[in-house]
Write a protein that binds this ligand. Structure first.
Ligand code: KIV
Length: 281
């Protein structure tokens, strides 16, 4: 019988083709390998992102902004998150797929939180959920974990609380808020979260959190001294050109590229250049 050989090309990710699990991201922290994470919301882009060797795909509630054009993440529903998540899951062969619990689906009622998490897992086939907040949501975290569903925490700038904070500026610059964040991070770890996202906080604080937790800490605008990095895919691809935070590195300028391509298409159609003889039957 011929040996079965899987061949593939991937980025510089050290891991082999084995599926990424919550255990493997924790092992990455222990071994010092940085964790790469990006958002995805649809089949086509998730397939490319997975092929490129990303470790974790987040089906973020930023879909509310990026895909639906809402000003905040608040309007997106559980069913809409499941629609995006199931499209991503169908595309992915290797990455760990984490789905945001949307606003209103887990706060204040741990039974509802559990039901929301179960619905996401059952209907999308995702591998874990993420939720925002610390001690206020700890009973929801604990209850979801009783069903064997892995939970990722999210502290710092938590966009679902935008109306409480009023702005999207850097969080936890003051000592009191920094201490609360550190204590919330410890609570989330104690409750059983497998990883934590820290968004837009001072780099020295993120370093302190990452050093004091044994679970991976993945930053967005939280500096280099954490266990991994996450960006919104459409931002790093340069599709959302009006959003320019300091932490964002753009790897492409797709806004300009797509604009140019569509302008060329419009011109080609108008001038009868498209389709030509070879582009028809
Ligand atoms: O929804 C999202 O995209 C997120 C990331 C910014 C971490 O939560």
């Amino acid at each position: 019988m011929k040996p079965f050989i899987i061949s593939f090309t991937m980025s510089t990710a050290k891991s082999d083709f084995k599926r990424v699990t919550t255990n493997s991201v924790q092992e990455m922290k222990r071994s010092g390998e940085k964790i790469s994470m990006l958002t995805s919301y649809d089949f086509t882009l998730a397939r490319i992102v997975d092929k490129a060797g990303i470790d974790v795909i987040l089906v973020g509630d930023s879909a509310s902004n990026v895909m639906a054009g809402h000003e905040t993440t608040l309007p997106i529903t559980l069913d809409q998150m499941i629609y995006h998540a199931s499209s991503v899951v169908r595309a992915v062969e290797r990455a760990l797929v984490v789905v945001d619990l949307p606003f209103g689906s887990y706060q204040g009622n741990s039974k509802e939180a559990l039901n929301s998490a179960i619905k996401i897992m059952k209907e999308s086939g995702a591998h874990a959920v993420k939720l925002e907040g610390g001690i206020e949501v700890i009973t929801s975290v604990e209850r979801i974990l009783t069903a064997g569903i892995p939970v990722m925490g999210h502290l710092g700038l938590t966009p679902q609380s935008i109306y409480k904070f009023g702005t999207y500026t850097v969080r936890a610059k003051e000592e009191a808020e920094a201490e609360k964040l550190l204590s919330d991070a410890r609570e989330l770890e104690r409750a059983g979260c497998f990883a934590l996202v820290l968004e837009k906080i001072p780099a020295h604080l993120a370093k302190r959190v990452a050093e004091s937790l044994s679970i991976p800490v993945i930053g967005i605008g939280a500096g280099a001294d954490v266990d991994g990095q996450v960006l919104v895919l459409h931002d790093m691809l340069g599709m959302t050109h009006e959003f320019n935070p300091r932490f964002l590195r753009r790897y492409l300028n797709l806004y300009e590229d797509i604009l140019g391509a569509v302008e060329s298409y419009v011109t080609d159609v108008k001038t009868l250049d498209f389709p030509n003889q070879k582009e028809q039957y």
